[in-house]
Design a protein around this ligand. Structure first.
Ligand code: LLP
Length: 421
């Protein structure tokens, strides 16, 4: 459930008509609902209410400071994968003891930054990383709390570009080698083993891969304990999928996901961490765009928008579907027709949807891409020197720009001229 609904014939975010934001801020524009963010975060908390837990929002899904602050103020932890994301979490007021640091390529500088600023745990993904972290932490006279990310070799049954839990993926340490690496970690200076970490992929719409992976995790925890390791924390990763289409069967709910965690690892007496990103913010945001032209093609009409693949990359990158809806509610009995919905970028891949069924639209009309709150604004670029899309947060009847659209002058001023040119 989200807070984007038609009211009086106009699509609203909570109590604000989207067309009003489009007029005041311009298009394209990302718009998020604070009520939906709050609700989705609450559902994960509720799903883990049976145990000690921390819901660490995956910052990569949406790293706007206002979004992070809203979630942080509700008590969320943060899962970060770069020094930049770490800095964002801190700037949003989230204390270090609620920040976990994931990712296969942490640099020495990023490790130092997190150790200095405070960190709940590093999720270590390789032996070379473990060695570097040991050296840096010991050099600073500190102990780095770690979990080792274990790759359970489970098929997450999701898009191949976002599956991470198979042995051929670059992530984590193969489960067969976990004992050996835990023994190494225990012997290293500057390292304190606290837990086990897994993350098997994103947009999972079936609980079975989670169940398989977490069952393997439970077995591993028992083995590690018999070998003398103190395991008090389990990081279950993120990945629970969201409905991208209104009309198809919805993925499992957070409460059902929480049950799988309880059934598989619930009796180990560990604190549970989860790292949901998409599920919290995906359906809490949409991208509003304006029709520039309707162009008659051969056998099809093109709806040419003022947003493009650089603004919302997911359709071009993964063939992802985002429902497209007009901001003006179609009247009862309105005739729908197929459009190929495209952006102005000079690539055929700049196509959002082929044959989208929409009421007749004309230049100047406004539409919205639904489910665009996660991996939308964060994956945008300035390709074709198109300014990054601004972001707006709605709460009740108020809204605020939480990232302004850069001017072309600002964009140009970032380039510098060599003296000899
Ligand atoms: N934890 C780790 C270690 C991750 O790598 C990810 C996502 C998450 C948590 C959050 O997963 P979520 O709950 O959002 O599924 N750009 C792609 C998605 C990439 C996900 C990468 N890792 C997309 O637009 O579909």
């Amino acid at each position: 459930m989200d807070h984007f609904n038609y009211r009086d014939g106009r699509l609203h975010a909570e109590d604000v008509p989207l067309a009003r934001i489009a007029t005041e801020v311009g298009t394209p524009v990302y718009i998020y609902s604070a009520a939906t963010l709050t609700r989705h975060f609450g559902l994960f908390r509720q799903a883990l209410a049976w145990t000690d837990h921390l819901v660490c929002f995956a910052v990569k899904a949406n790293s706007n400071l206002a979004v992070l602050k809203l979630l942080g103020d509700l008590g969320a932890g943060m899962d970060v994968v770069s020094g930049g994301e770490y800095a964002r979490a801190k700037a949003a007021g989230v204390p270090g003891e609620r920040i976990v640091f994931s990712g296969v390529g942490k640099t020495p500088a990023e490790m130092r930054q997190a150790l200095e600023g405070g960190i709940r745990q590093f999720n270590v993904e390789s032996e070379p990383e473990l060695a570097v972290l040991s050296e840096i932490a010991a050099g600073m006279g500190l102990e780095a709390p770690i979990a080792i990310r274990v790759n359970p070799d489970v098929d997450a049954k999701t898009h191949e570009k976002i599956a991470t839990g198979k042995s051929e993926n670059k992530f984590g340490i193969p489960i067969a080698r976990a004992r050996e690496v835990y023994a190494q970690a225990a012997a290293l200076p500057g390292i304190r083993v606290v837990g086990v970490d897994m993350h098997i992929g994103s947009q999972l719409t079936d609980l079975d891969p989670f169940r398989q992976a977490y069952t393997k995790m439970a077995g591993l925890v028992c083995t590690l304990r018999t070998e003398g390791h103190t395991i008090t924390r389990l990081d279950m990763g993120g990945g629970l999928g969201i409905p991208y289409r209104r009309d198809n069967s919805a993925p499992p709910l957070p409460i059902e996901y929480g049950e799988v965690i309880r059934e598989t690892v619930g009796d180990l007496g560990c604190e549970i961490e989860i790292e949901p990103g998409r599920n919290i913010v995906g359906n809490a945001g949409l991208l509003v765009s304006q029709v520039i032209y309707v162009k008659e093609g051969e056998g099809r009409d093109f709806l040419i928008l003022d947003s493009a693949m650089n603004d919302l990359l997911r359709p071009a990158m993964y063939g992802a579907h985002h429902d497209i809806v007009p901001l003006a509610e179609p009247s009862v009995g309105a005739e729908f027709r197929p459009y190929d919905v495209v952006g102005p970028v000079c690539e055929t891949g700049d196509t959002f949807q082929k044959g989208a069924s929409l009421p007749a639209l004309a230049a100047g009309d406004l539409i919205a891409f639904r489910s665009a709150g996660a991996y939308g604004a964060v994956m945008a670029s300035e390709y074709n020197t198109r300014p990054l899309v601004p972001e707006v947060l709605v709460s009740g009847d108020q809204f605020a720009v939480i990232r302004a659209r850069p001017t072309i002058d600002e964009i140009l001023s970032r380039d510098t001229m060599p003296a000899w040119l």
